[in-house]
Design a protein. Sequence first.
Length: 250
Amino acid sequence: MASETAQGKVVLVTGGARRVGACIARALHHAGARLALHCRHSVVEAQALANEFNAMRPDSAAVFQADLLDVSAMPGLISRVAAHYGRLDALVNNASSFFPTPVGKTDLAAWDDLMGSNLRAPYFLMQAASDALAESGGAVVNIVDIHAERPLPGYPVYSAAKAGLLGLTRAMAIELSPRVRVNGVAPGAVMWPEDDQFPGAERVAIIDHTLLKRAGRPDDIAGAVRFLLLDAPYVTGQILAVDGGRSAHL
């Protein structure tokens, strides 16, 4: 049964076409929300997911393409979503780039990519969406990372960007209060990168250092996002670690 708190609500999920973003979108759609699926390159996957949702419930999903590294595109993205649905109730800043930046070999393009997707885009999207979210009494969930507080060796720029997003989440909870709640979810080992950045032995070591001794599932992150958006009306400015206990003893 769909949650009454989600009926008719409109949620924008960035990077919503694939992987964890698609799982978040599915969980919110199942709860009764209407989805604005953002993508940059994954248009085919995003449209397939929207078709799946619309087959279940007509006019409950639409695709919105935008390059989140282009700050000038942020207001237009929010305006297109609001014009399509007539409202915006929630924003999930999920889109992210992730790759190593060895010290001495990092160039400005890598810095701009990691800071742009993980920190700059969430800020300017929250800024662009602030009026619409205030009107609906809405909420934001930012997908942070446990390495925001405990940096991942070899990934200093990514770790710094996520640390910035953690601080930004708390700052925006202040700035957008009392009408808009802003929280974050910090995943641990949930989905490995598709480009094999972590060889088998490294994956085993990471899991071995996790208290629950297993990787998480995308559903674990989606459930946390759903909770913070739909079932936590008195929670704001918080970061929820969903990492199997890994950050408890990193």
